[in-house]
Design a protein around this ligand. Structure first.
Ligand SMILES: [Zn+2]
Length: 286
Protein backbone atom coordinates (compact mmCIF):
# COMPACT_ATOMS: atom_id res chain seq x y z
CA UNK A 1 0.00 0.00 0.00
CA UNK A 2 1.09 3.57 -0.67
CA UNK A 3 -0.15 6.59 1.22
CA UNK A 4 -0.16 10.27 0.31
CA UNK A 5 -1.18 13.15 2.57
CA UNK A 6 -2.89 15.99 0.70
CA UNK A 7 -3.26 18.68 3.37
CA UNK A 8 -5.85 18.97 6.15
CA UNK A 9 -7.25 15.44 6.73
CA UNK A 10 -7.10 14.48 3.04
CA UNK A 11 -5.39 11.23 2.07
CA UNK A 12 -4.94 9.02 -0.94
CA UNK A 13 -4.33 5.31 -0.44
CA UNK A 14 -3.16 3.23 -3.36
CA UNK A 15 -3.99 -0.42 -2.83
CA UNK A 16 -3.24 -2.28 -6.07
CA UNK A 17 -6.22 -1.80 -8.41
CA UNK A 18 -8.06 0.20 -5.75
CA UNK A 19 -7.38 3.84 -4.94
CA UNK A 20 -9.19 5.26 -1.95
CA UNK A 21 -9.47 8.95 -1.09
CA UNK A 22 -10.26 10.09 2.42
CA UNK A 23 -11.88 13.45 3.35
CA UNK A 24 -10.80 15.43 0.25
CA UNK A 25 -10.87 19.14 1.08
CA UNK A 26 -10.30 22.07 -1.28
CA UNK A 27 -8.84 25.15 0.43
CA UNK A 28 -11.38 27.80 1.42
CA UNK A 29 -9.11 30.82 1.51
CA UNK A 30 -5.86 32.12 0.09
CA UNK A 31 -3.99 31.83 3.39
CA UNK A 32 -4.28 28.03 3.59
CA UNK A 33 -0.92 26.43 4.31
CA UNK A 34 -1.17 23.66 1.68
CA UNK A 35 -3.47 25.03 -1.02
CA UNK A 36 -5.62 22.40 -2.70
CA UNK A 37 -8.10 22.67 -5.55
CA UNK A 38 -10.14 20.64 -8.01
CA UNK A 39 -6.94 19.42 -9.69
CA UNK A 40 -5.63 17.90 -6.42
CA UNK A 41 -8.59 15.51 -6.31
CA UNK A 42 -9.41 15.15 -10.02
CA UNK A 43 -8.66 11.40 -9.98
CA UNK A 44 -10.76 10.68 -6.89
CA UNK A 45 -13.49 8.11 -7.56
CA UNK A 46 -13.93 6.10 -4.34
CA UNK A 47 -14.13 8.51 -1.40
CA UNK A 48 -14.34 7.63 2.31
CA UNK A 49 -15.66 10.19 4.79
CA UNK A 50 -14.69 10.06 8.47
CA UNK A 51 -17.38 12.56 9.55
CA UNK A 52 -19.65 15.30 8.28
CA UNK A 53 -17.76 18.47 9.23
CA UNK A 54 -17.08 20.94 6.44
CA UNK A 55 -13.34 20.32 6.31
CA UNK A 56 -14.03 16.67 5.50
CA UNK A 57 -17.13 16.89 3.31
CA UNK A 58 -17.93 20.27 1.78
CA UNK A 59 -15.72 20.02 -1.34
CA UNK A 60 -17.30 16.87 -2.71
CA UNK A 61 -20.47 18.33 -4.28
CA UNK A 62 -18.27 20.94 -5.98
CA UNK A 63 -16.10 18.43 -7.84
CA UNK A 64 -16.55 18.46 -11.63
CA UNK A 65 -16.30 14.67 -11.38
CA UNK A 66 -19.29 14.52 -9.00
CA UNK A 67 -21.22 12.19 -11.34
CA UNK A 68 -18.35 9.71 -11.52
CA UNK A 69 -17.48 9.40 -7.85
CA UNK A 70 -18.83 7.19 -5.09
CA UNK A 71 -18.88 8.57 -1.56
CA UNK A 72 -18.96 6.19 1.40
CA UNK A 73 -20.22 7.79 4.62
CA UNK A 74 -22.64 7.55 7.55
CA UNK A 75 -26.22 8.83 7.57
CA UNK A 76 -25.74 12.50 8.52
CA UNK A 77 -23.05 13.33 5.93
CA UNK A 78 -25.24 11.53 3.39
CA UNK A 79 -28.14 13.85 4.25
CA UNK A 80 -25.84 16.86 4.08
CA UNK A 81 -24.61 15.83 0.62
CA UNK A 82 -28.19 15.38 -0.61
CA UNK A 83 -29.05 18.88 0.65
CA UNK A 84 -26.06 20.14 -1.35
CA UNK A 85 -27.60 18.59 -4.48
CA UNK A 86 -25.39 15.53 -4.71
CA UNK A 87 -27.02 12.71 -6.77
CA UNK A 88 -28.30 10.01 -4.42
CA UNK A 89 -26.89 7.13 -6.45
CA UNK A 90 -23.38 8.54 -5.90
CA UNK A 91 -23.63 7.99 -2.13
CA UNK A 92 -23.18 4.72 -0.30
CA UNK A 93 -24.21 4.82 3.36
CA UNK A 94 -22.41 2.63 5.88
CA UNK A 95 -22.74 2.17 9.61
CA UNK A 96 -20.43 1.23 12.46
CA UNK A 97 -19.17 -2.34 12.28
CA UNK A 98 -19.67 -2.71 8.52
CA UNK A 99 -16.99 -3.61 6.01
CA UNK A 100 -16.90 -1.99 2.59
CA UNK A 101 -15.23 -4.15 -0.04
CA UNK A 102 -13.23 -2.91 -3.00
CA UNK A 103 -11.19 -4.84 -5.60
CA UNK A 104 -7.94 -4.78 -3.63
CA UNK A 105 -8.96 -3.36 -0.23
CA UNK A 106 -11.42 -3.95 2.56
CA UNK A 107 -12.43 -1.06 4.78
CA UNK A 108 -13.90 -1.81 8.19
CA UNK A 109 -15.80 1.02 9.86
CA UNK A 110 -15.39 1.50 13.62
CA UNK A 111 -17.19 3.96 15.88
CA UNK A 112 -14.96 6.90 16.67
CA UNK A 113 -15.44 10.03 18.72
CA UNK A 114 -15.01 13.68 17.89
CA UNK A 115 -12.83 15.80 20.13
CA UNK A 116 -14.37 18.71 22.01
CA UNK A 117 -13.20 22.29 21.59
CA UNK A 118 -11.94 23.27 25.04
CA UNK A 119 -12.14 26.78 26.51
CA UNK A 120 -8.38 27.39 26.17
CA UNK A 121 -8.42 26.86 22.43
CA UNK A 122 -11.63 28.91 22.06
CA UNK A 123 -9.92 31.86 23.80
CA UNK A 124 -6.76 31.48 21.68
CA UNK A 125 -8.91 31.47 18.50
CA UNK A 126 -10.80 34.59 19.61
CA UNK A 127 -7.56 36.48 20.33
CA UNK A 128 -6.13 35.47 16.95
CA UNK A 129 -9.26 36.39 15.00
CA UNK A 130 -9.80 39.74 16.73
CA UNK A 131 -6.61 41.21 15.26
CA UNK A 132 -8.04 42.26 11.88
CA UNK A 133 -11.35 42.91 10.12
CA UNK A 134 -10.47 40.42 7.39
CA UNK A 135 -9.86 37.67 9.93
CA UNK A 136 -13.15 38.45 11.64
CA UNK A 137 -15.00 38.21 8.30
CA UNK A 138 -13.21 34.94 7.39
CA UNK A 139 -13.98 33.55 10.83
CA UNK A 140 -17.71 34.23 10.60
CA UNK A 141 -17.82 32.82 7.08
CA UNK A 142 -16.33 29.59 8.40
CA UNK A 143 -18.74 29.54 11.35
CA UNK A 144 -21.67 29.87 8.90
CA UNK A 145 -20.34 26.97 6.80
CA UNK A 146 -19.69 24.89 9.92
CA UNK A 147 -23.39 25.04 10.87
CA UNK A 148 -24.37 23.43 7.56
CA UNK A 149 -22.05 20.45 8.09
CA UNK A 150 -23.02 18.66 11.33
CA UNK A 151 -21.01 15.81 12.78
CA UNK A 152 -23.95 14.35 14.81
CA UNK A 153 -21.70 12.01 16.82
CA UNK A 154 -21.05 9.89 13.74
CA UNK A 155 -17.26 10.20 13.57
CA UNK A 156 -15.73 6.94 12.42
CA UNK A 157 -12.36 5.28 12.37
CA UNK A 158 -11.37 3.25 9.32
CA UNK A 159 -9.20 0.20 9.09
CA UNK A 160 -8.05 -0.33 5.52
CA UNK A 161 -6.74 -3.82 4.80
CA UNK A 162 -4.93 -4.63 1.60
CA UNK A 163 -2.83 -7.78 1.29
CA UNK A 164 -1.17 -8.25 4.67
CA UNK A 165 -1.13 -4.57 5.50
CA UNK A 166 -3.42 -2.65 7.82
CA UNK A 167 -3.76 1.12 7.97
CA UNK A 168 -5.96 2.72 10.64
CA UNK A 169 -7.31 6.21 10.02
CA UNK A 170 -8.81 8.22 12.87
CA UNK A 171 -11.44 10.84 11.99
CA UNK A 172 -10.87 13.08 14.99
CA UNK A 173 -8.30 12.90 17.80
CA UNK A 174 -10.30 11.04 20.42
CA UNK A 175 -11.06 7.46 21.44
CA UNK A 176 -14.57 6.06 21.78
CA UNK A 177 -13.85 4.09 24.95
CA UNK A 178 -17.07 2.04 24.98
CA UNK A 179 -16.96 0.99 21.31
CA UNK A 180 -15.47 -2.07 19.65
CA UNK A 181 -11.91 -1.09 18.83
CA UNK A 182 -9.80 -2.41 15.97
CA UNK A 183 -6.97 -4.79 16.68
CA UNK A 184 -3.74 -3.22 17.94
CA UNK A 185 -0.49 -3.26 15.99
CA UNK A 186 -1.57 -1.90 12.60
CA UNK A 187 1.23 -1.14 10.16
CA UNK A 188 0.28 2.51 10.28
CA UNK A 189 -2.00 4.77 12.30
CA UNK A 190 -3.00 8.07 10.71
CA UNK A 191 -3.49 10.50 13.56
CA UNK A 192 -5.13 13.92 13.16
CA UNK A 193 -3.17 16.29 15.37
CA UNK A 194 -5.24 19.32 16.27
CA UNK A 195 -8.36 20.59 17.92
CA UNK A 196 -7.42 20.67 21.59
CA UNK A 197 -5.19 22.91 23.68
CA UNK A 198 -3.18 19.83 24.62
CA UNK A 199 -3.02 17.65 21.49
CA UNK A 200 0.02 15.77 22.84
CA UNK A 201 -1.81 14.15 25.74
CA UNK A 202 -4.71 13.03 23.51
CA UNK A 203 -2.32 11.77 20.82
CA UNK A 204 -0.38 9.78 23.45
CA UNK A 205 -3.63 8.25 24.67
CA UNK A 206 -4.50 7.26 21.10
CA UNK A 207 -1.08 5.66 20.55
CA UNK A 208 -1.41 3.86 23.89
CA UNK A 209 -4.82 2.52 22.76
CA UNK A 210 -3.85 1.28 19.29
CA UNK A 211 -0.07 0.60 19.59
CA UNK A 212 0.62 0.90 15.85
CA UNK A 213 3.96 0.08 14.19
CA UNK A 214 4.19 3.66 12.93
CA UNK A 215 2.30 6.95 13.16
CA UNK A 216 1.63 9.43 10.36
CA UNK A 217 0.30 12.80 11.45
CA UNK A 218 -2.46 14.55 9.52
CA UNK A 219 -4.67 17.62 10.02
CA UNK A 220 -1.79 19.47 11.73
CA UNK A 221 -1.41 22.16 9.07
CA UNK A 222 -2.95 25.62 9.03
CA UNK A 223 -5.63 24.50 6.57
CA UNK A 224 -8.35 27.09 7.13
CA UNK A 225 -7.05 30.13 8.95
CA UNK A 226 -8.02 31.97 11.06
CA UNK A 227 -9.95 29.03 12.57
CA UNK A 228 -6.76 26.95 12.43
CA UNK A 229 -3.27 28.01 13.47
CA UNK A 230 0.12 26.30 13.43
CA UNK A 231 0.19 23.41 15.91
CA UNK A 232 3.21 22.55 18.08
CA UNK A 233 4.17 19.00 17.19
CA UNK A 234 7.54 18.86 18.95
CA UNK A 235 6.21 18.04 22.47
CA UNK A 236 4.45 14.97 21.00
CA UNK A 237 7.61 13.88 19.18
CA UNK A 238 9.62 14.24 22.40
CA UNK A 239 7.05 12.29 24.42
CA UNK A 240 6.93 9.51 21.79
CA UNK A 241 10.74 9.22 21.79
CA UNK A 242 10.65 8.88 25.54
CA UNK A 243 7.75 6.44 25.87
CA UNK A 244 7.64 4.60 22.54
CA UNK A 245 11.07 4.91 20.92
CA UNK A 246 10.23 2.00 18.59
CA UNK A 247 7.18 3.69 17.06
CA UNK A 248 8.35 6.25 14.48
CA UNK A 249 6.25 9.36 13.97
CA UNK A 250 6.16 10.77 10.45
CA UNK A 251 5.29 14.35 9.65
CA UNK A 252 4.45 14.17 5.96
CA UNK A 253 4.99 16.85 3.38
CA UNK A 254 2.07 17.72 1.16
CA UNK A 255 1.73 15.40 -1.83
CA UNK A 256 4.55 13.03 -0.96
CA UNK A 257 3.77 9.34 -1.42
CA UNK A 258 5.14 6.68 0.92
CA UNK A 259 5.22 2.92 0.93
CA UNK A 260 3.33 2.00 4.08
CA UNK A 261 5.75 -0.87 4.71
CA UNK A 262 8.65 1.58 4.87
CA UNK A 263 7.12 3.74 7.58
CA UNK A 264 7.55 1.30 10.45
CA UNK A 265 11.33 1.65 10.33
CA UNK A 266 12.48 2.49 13.83
CA UNK A 267 13.74 5.99 14.48
CA UNK A 268 16.87 4.41 15.93
CA UNK A 269 17.99 3.20 12.51
CA UNK A 270 19.40 5.15 9.59
CA UNK A 271 16.72 4.02 7.21
CA UNK A 272 14.35 6.56 5.81
CA UNK A 273 10.80 6.00 4.65
CA UNK A 274 10.60 5.41 0.92
CA UNK A 275 8.96 8.18 -1.04
CA UNK A 276 7.80 6.57 -4.23
CA UNK A 277 6.66 9.55 -6.26
CA UNK A 278 8.34 12.65 -4.99
CA UNK A 279 11.76 13.56 -6.30
CA UNK A 280 12.73 15.02 -2.96
CA UNK A 281 12.39 13.38 0.40
CA UNK A 282 11.05 15.93 2.84
CA UNK A 283 9.35 13.90 5.52
CA UNK A 284 10.95 14.12 8.91
CA UNK A 285 11.28 10.90 10.75
CA UNK A 286 11.10 11.56 14.44
ZN1 LIG B 1 -14.45 17.56 12.74
Amino acid sequence: MNITWLGCASLRLDCGRTTLWVDPFMSMNADAENPTDEETFSEAREILITHGHFDHLMSIPEFNSVREIRVHCTETPRETLLKCGMPEQRIHQFSFGQTVEFDDAKVRVFKGKHNKIDSKIAIATTLRVATSIRRIVDFFNIVAVHKRFPEAEETVMFEVKSGNERVQIIGSPNVCEDAVLPEMGADLLVLPFNGTSNPTSMAMHIVETYRPKAVLLSHFDNAFPPMTAPVKIQPFIAEMRRKYPDIPVHIPTFGETFLVSSLAVSSAGNDRPVAVESTQLHAHIA
